[in-house]
Ligand binder design. Structure first.
Ligand code: GDP
Length: 363
């Protein structure tokens, strides 16, 4: 599965958000097989109104959304890269996630201590990023000298490492994240270096309840920073999310409406996390169940089939494909077929977001 690590300084609202995420998932447990996997790892359903629509048209008994994992990564403090706080544990956990959800305190509350003394989310973001950059620098520098020696002796893999690592080390030493020094096309090789500042980041501005719909001056500063970095930011109120997570579905919508909110902050975090990871969804629709499946953007049909079952890839023959809009507009599979909107695609087909697929395969 794909996962997002929730990071941030202490007392910014990470645990409150993580608990809200997993409690919402738990509240839906009757319908959805989602759960807290470990105390700090939760799997949540990816909200997608298209699945409801497909299940309705396809008269499916069950609907199964796709999911995303969130990991609550505690222990980041100034000095973590030197082993302060839970330093090493923290760094080990964060190396394993695919993307980073960085929670920033944007709420004023005199009763809740801020580790740096006052609320300044842009400074906090820099503090966290600095720790991550220092840890990346340390990790690359440790590997550089041995690799240089091996490269001199003709080892190609080491030479490739050195070529990739040297400009990244220079960037990190100049206070820039590793992602700024990864050449186009080298993203996969760079990901293998297991650095933290190559991972995509989503900033989550945790504002006070009254600012959930509008944001505040602190969240505006974060949005400006995110924009300058080409990153995304979402505004949430962890306090509201904690309240909502205890509510029944119907009450939730009414409550959000009364606050001037269209959807919950958690939904926006989940969807933004999904986009951040470059993921898309395809669907299978049948009388038993309608189901959403997650793939990387750019995945071809046989590999998309493997998400359902490995045998589907090995025995892949073709896939019947209906675009989501056609499926809905033409009232389902039969209508789409009659209108000539069902295509039979082969091995080289790149699956698109929203495709309704039926795989044909040899067993
Ligand atoms: P963590 O250390 O980042 O995991 O932070 P927590 O989620 O444990 O929150 C730290 C404290 O801040 C707790 O007392 C929370 O109740 C409180 N808190 C979290 N979010 C908000 C918020 O949006 N508004 C206010 N006023 N307090 C919050």
């Amino acid at each position: 599965g794909f996962n997002c690590g929730i990071v941030g300084l202490p007392n910014v609202g990470k645990s409150t958000l993580f608990n809200a995420l997993t409690q919402t998932a738990a509240a839906q447990a009757a319908n959805y097989p989602f759960c807290t996997i470990e105390p700090n790892v939760g799997r949540v359903a990816v909200p997608d109104p298209r699945l409801d629509e497909l299940a309705r048209i396809g008269k499916s008994i069950k609907k199964v959304p796709t999911s995303l994992e969130f990991v609550d990564i505690a222990g980041l403090v100034r000095g973590a890269s030197r082993g302060e706080g839970l330093g090493n544990q923290f760094l080990a956990n964060i190396r394993e996630v695919d993307a980073i959800v960085h929670v920033l305190r944007c709420f004023e509350d005199g009763d809740i201590t801020h580790v740096e003394g006052n609320v300044d989310p842009v400074r906090d973001a820099e503090t966290v990023e600095t720790e991550l950059m220092l840890a990346d620098l340390d990790s690359l520098e440790k590997r550089l000298v041995p690799a240089q020696k091996k490269a001199k002796n003709g080892d190609k893999e080491s030479a490739a490492f050195v070529a990739l690592a040297e400009p990244i080390i220079a960037a990190l030493a100049a206070g820039k994240p590793a992602r700024t020094a990864v050449p186009k096309g080298e993203e996969i090789a760079a990901a293998r270096l297991q650095l933290m500042t190559t991972k995509p980041v989503l900033y989550v501005c945790n504002v006070e309840e009254g600012s959930a719909a509008t944001g505040n001056a602190h969240s505006a500063a974060v949005e400006a920073m995110a924009k300058a970095q080409g990153a995304k930011a979402v505004i949430v109120s962890a306090a509201i999310e904690a309240e909502i997570s205890q509510m029944a579905e119907g009450d939730r919508i009414e409550f959000l409406d009364s606050l001037g909110l269209k959807d919950s902050g958690l939904d926006r975090i989940i969807r933004a996390g999904y986009d951040l990871l470059g993921l898309i969804t395809y669907f299978t629709v049948g009388p038993k169940e309608s189901r959403a499946w997650t793939i990387n953007r750019g995945t071809k049909a046989p590999q998309a089939a493997a998400v359902i079952h490995n045998d589907f890839e090995r025995g892949f023959i073709a896939c019947e494909t209906i675009a989501y809009d056609d499926f809905v507009a033409l009232g389902g599979e039969q209508g789409a077929k009659e209108a000539g909107k069902m295509r039979v695609e082969g091995k080289e087909y790149v699956v698109k977001d929203g495709d309704v697929l039926l795989f044909r395969f040899n067993v």
